[in-house]
Structures are given as structure tokens and as C-alpha cells.
Design a binder for this molecule. Structure first.
Ligand code: NBP
Length: 472
């Protein structure tokens, strides 16, 4: 009997869509789900007439796959992944490959890879981005694990991944060893948090300063999507403003409660960046922005107590709209500069040997942060693979130079009007800090030495010094 080429466990929305994508690309598939009713429904529904074979026990599932087996898990991250692996192991042969395609935390992936590899199995942590549509029609895939094992699934992954518009290249590449695939996915998601917050701040300033309507916002974002900001998230934003609420007839965005949730990847990235000593203030501000938004009741109370400026914006509307577009682009560059710097730092710390230019390339299609500007990042790393920070690339430097007056004027307007722009301001402060030859850390070192004898270095000679700070 012919065995199936690819196995998938976990028929949630992602699993069902991913497996149809694999089958549509010519690979036979076996599926298993903990609850058999879901499998039955899937087989009778979307999988009907396709080369997708159901299994109702894990043994039946494993036996239906060709060797070495390629098994992908798309189950809820955390304990379900460990539980599924434990049930699978006694049924597998050495050399079989398990791929965890869920949003697992990278240290869990590191642990699982070590455990499974020590027992002779192959294990991959693979970031999958693009939501349910991406899973069905072409996601961006970030697989990390052993390079040899990747060869076993490379043709399948290349076939199912999104293809970049510019050159038709598949948005998947071997990322690196251990938990690197999930690490890169975590950074992708953190960058996504940054992008979303920056867009929301641009909207907020324009709304508060100019009182624009949803239709006007639709037109502005649609226009921005034709230029340098062209990206999935700007396109989504433009379309959001078109949707009317069926109950009230108002723009749906205006009736949505201003409380944003956060599932964890943005927070994980901020915590990890602090651990590695890599500054990502824009992305951390985006996480903070969601946290503050969720404190709705406190904010409503504070709004009746705390005061701010009462000024109205008096300049030209079009000038502000154009300046906000420029500020958004400059802030976005800074946010990506922080994300890429963190990847560079993590690559050194965890020996991932990441290729930053190629990572930017596989984010060009399929994933949530897909954007025209990712080509510019790849080009920057092609010019200099050792770039310490995107900001010092000649092209990005020119891009920011051309926009920095507008960027500063936008932040000034926000301050004058009392509109919070935490992520945009954090981007500008990052830029100003990074370009400062001298920061005020001399004073911090003096304070630390004063109260804790922490010592300091001097600008005029090498060595470690401590002063007696008592001035007689
Ligand atoms: P869910 O995260 O909702 O997981 C549903 C699947 O997990 C079902 O097949 C469920 O089986 C299975 N499962 C659970 Br819950 N507990 C289990 C256990 N103890 N043992 C075995 N199976 C268990 O589904 P999803 O939204 O499709 O996401 C799958 C993964 O992909 C997640 O890690 C998610 O973070 C990640 N992801 C999601 C998206 C997205 O847009 N949704 C995007 C990118 C990545 P059951 O049917 O028996 O309950």
C-alpha cells in the first residue's frame, strides 16, 4: 500500500489550511487530531476528494507515513506540544522528523530539540506566519533544526511557502540550528507589534489634530500603500476604514473598544532583548501601548482628573498628513533596525549563524509584516553582511535624512497637542541615542561610583577608577 509523504497532527484552523496547501502542491498527506469529530468533519468537508488520509489513532497515523517520517504538529503551544511528542516517540523510528509549526517559545524548542536529537530523532521548530490565509495559500516559513534533516522537507516547504512578487522566490529558508526558527518568528511578531503601534499612532495624531473621517483615513492609507510604506499592514488598515458596522451604520473601527490584547510573542521579545542587552524601545513601547490600552477603566477615571494641553492644531492639513507619512516610515526603519540588531546579538549568543539579509527576504511575502521595504533591508545586507545596524547603511541614512525634519515636527505636534506617540518617540530617541558620540552615561557612572563604589573608566587613560566623592 502506498504510504503518505507528509503527516500533520492538529486540525485547528492553521492545521486544516496548511495541510490543504501541502496536498494542493502534489504531496500526499495523513492527518490526525486529538478529537476525532474534528477529523471526521474535515475529511467530509474541506478535505473531501483530496489525497488526505485520516487516521483515528496515532499508531494508524504513524504507520501510514513513508520513512523517514515527516510529521508536523500544529497544536496549541506549550504542554500540548510536549504531550503529543511523548505519545509519538514510542511509535517512531530513529531518523524520523517532527516539526513543531506552532508559536512555541524558542527555549522550549531548544529543550525539545536536545531531548529528541539525543534519542536519534530529528526535530524542527518552524515559525509559520501569515495567519489562516497564509497557511492555505502560502505562508512565510522559518524552520530551525539540523541542516541535514531540513533537506527531507525542503521541497515540500518550498512548494507551499509564499512566493515573492519581485523574483518568485519561496519565502522559506533554512534558518539555523536549535530554536532559531522560533526565535526568528518571535522577532517577526515583535516587529509586527511595532508596525501596528506605529500605524495606530499615525492615525491617532491625524484624528486628534485634524478630525479626519474614516473615509478620509481610507483614502490616506490607500495612497500611502502605493509608495514606500506599501505593505500588508497598511493595506489592511486602509480596508479597515471602509467597513461599516451592520448595527449602527457607523464605521466599524469607531465602535470598537480601545483595549488591545497581547498573546505573548511581543512580550517574549522584549524580555529576551533585555536579557541579551539589546535595545528595542519601539517594540517594547508597542507592548506597553497595548498594556496601557487594556487599563481602560483606570484611563477613563484619570481622564477626568489629569489635565493636558487644550491647543488645537492650526497648520496645514496636507502638510501634517505628509509629515506623518514620513515620520511613520522613519520610525519603521528604526524599529526594524532594532529587530535586526537583536537578531544579530542572538545569533552571537546562541550560535545561530543567522543570515539577516535572507531572513528579510523570506518576510517579503506570506507573512504579516510583508512589505516592499524588506527588499531594501536585504539590499543593505548584500552591500555589507557585517552591518552593525541598519541605520548606518548609506541608503537608509539618506532615507532618514530626507525625513527627519518631518519626523521631529510630528513628534513636536504630538507633544503640543498632548497626543501620546510612545513608539514613534521611542524610535526617534533610539535614532538620536544611536547617533550620539557622547551620551550622559558619564553622569550615571559617577552616581553609581558615588553611592556604590561601582568604579568607572576615564576618557583620557585606560584602567578602572574609583573616586572619593566627598568634596571637602
Ligand atoms: P489552536 O492553537 O487553537 O490549537 C488547536 C489544536 O491543538 C487542535 O487541533 C487541538 O485539538 C489541539 N490540541 C490542544 Br488545544 N490541546 C491538545 C493536546 N493536549 N494534545 C493534542 N492536541 C491538542 O489552533 P491554531 O489557531 O490552528 O494554531 C495552531 C498553532 O499555530 C498554535 O501554536 C498557534 O499559536 C500557531 N499559529 C497560529 C496562527 C493563527 O493565525 N491562528 C498563526 C501562526 C501560528 P482538539 O481539536 O482535540 O482540541
Amino acid at each position: 500500500m502506498n504510504k503518505q509523504v507528509f503527516g500533520l497532527i492538529g486540525l485547528g484552523v492553521m492545521g486544516q489550511n496548511f495541510v490543504q496547501n501541502v496536498e494542493r502542491n502534489g504531496f500526499s498527506v495523513a492527518v490526525y487530531n486529538r478529537s476525532s469529530e474534528t477529523t471526521e468533519k474535515f475529511i467530509a468537508g474541506p478535505a473531501a476528494g483530496k489525497n488526505i488520509k485520516p487516521a483515528y489513532t496515532l499508531k494508524e497515523f504513524v504507520d501510514s507515513l513513508e520513512s523517514p517520517r515527516r510529521i508536523m504538529l500544529l497544536v496549541k503551544a506549550g504542554a500540548p506540544v510536549d504531550a503529543t511528542i511523548q505519545q509519538l516517540i514510542p511509535l517512531l523510528d530513529k531518523g524520523d522528523l517532527i516539526i513543531d509549526g506552532g508559536n512555541s517559545f524558542f527555549t522550549d524548542t531548544e529543550r525539545r530539540a536536545k531531548e529528541l536529537e539525543s534519542q536519534g530523532f530529528n526535530f524542527f521548530g518552524m515559525g509559520v506566519s501569515g495567519g489562516e490565509e497564509g497557511a492555505l495559500w502560502g505562508p512565510s516559513l522559518m524552520p530551525g533544526g539540523s541542516r541535514d534533516a531540513y533537506k527531507e522537507v525542503e521541497p515540500i516547504m518550498k512548494a507551499v511557502a509564499a512566493k515573492a512578487e519581485e523574483d518568485g522566490e519561496s519565502c522559506v529558508t533554512y534558518i539555523g540550528p536549535g530554536g532559531s526558527g522560533h526565535y526568528v518568528k518571535m522577532v517577526h511578531n515583535g516587529i509586527e507589534y511595532g508596525d501596528m503601534q506605529l500605524i495606530a499612532e499615525a492615525y491617532d495624531l491625524l484624528k486628534q489634530a485634524l478630525g479626519l473621517s474614516a473615509q478620509q483615513f481610507h483614502e490616506i492609507f490607500a495612497e500611502w500603500n502605493k509608495g514606500e510604506l506599501s505593505s500588508f499592514l497598511i493595506e489592511v488598515t486602509a480596508n479597515v476604514f471602509k467597513k461599516l458596522d451592520e448595527e449602527t451604520g457607523k464605521p466599524l473601527v469607531d465602535v470598537i473598544l480601545d483595549k488591545a490584547g497581547q498573546k505573548g510573542t511581543g512580550k517574549w521579545m522584549s524580555i529576551n532583548a533585555l536579557d541579551l542587552g539589546s535595545a528595542i524601545p519601539t517594540i517594547t513601547s508597542a507592548v506597553d501601548g497595548r498594556i496601557l490600552s487594556s487599563q481602560k477603566e483606570e484611563r477613563v477615571n484619570a481622564a477626568s482628573i489629569l489635565t493636558g494641553p487644550t491647543k488645537k492644531y492650526e497648520g496645514s492639513s496636507q502638510k501634517l498628513i505628509d509629515a506623518v507619512r514620513d515620520a511613520l516610515y522613519a520610525s519603521k526603519i528604526c524599529s526594524y533596525a532594532q529587530g535586526m540588531s537583536l537578531l544579530k546579538r542572538a545569533s552571537e549568543e546562541y550560535n545561530y549563524n543567522l543570515d539577516l539579509g535572507i531572513i528579510a527576504k523570506i518576510w517579503r511575502a506570506g507573512c504579516i509584516i510583508r512589505a516592499r521595504f524588506l527588499n531594501d533591508i536585504t539590499n543593505a545586507y548584500n552591500r555589507n553582511n557585517e552591518l552593525p545596524n541598519l541605520l548606518v547603511d548609506g541608503e537608509f541614512q539618506k532615507t532618514i535624512d530626507a525625513r527627519q525634519d518631518a519626523w521631529r515636527s510630528v513628534i513636536k505636534s504630538a507633544i503640543d497637542l498632548g497626543v501620546p506617540m510612545p513608539a514613534m518617540s521611542a524610535s526617534l530617541a533610539y535614532y538620536d541615542s544611536y547617533r550620539s558620540e557622547r551620551l550622559p552615561a558619564n553622569l550615571i557612572q559617577a552616581q553609581r561610583d558615588f553611592f556604590g563604589a561601582h568604579t568607572f573608566e576615564r576618557i583620557d587613560k585606560p584602567g578602572i577608577f574609583h573616586a572619593d566623592w566627598e568634596v571637602k
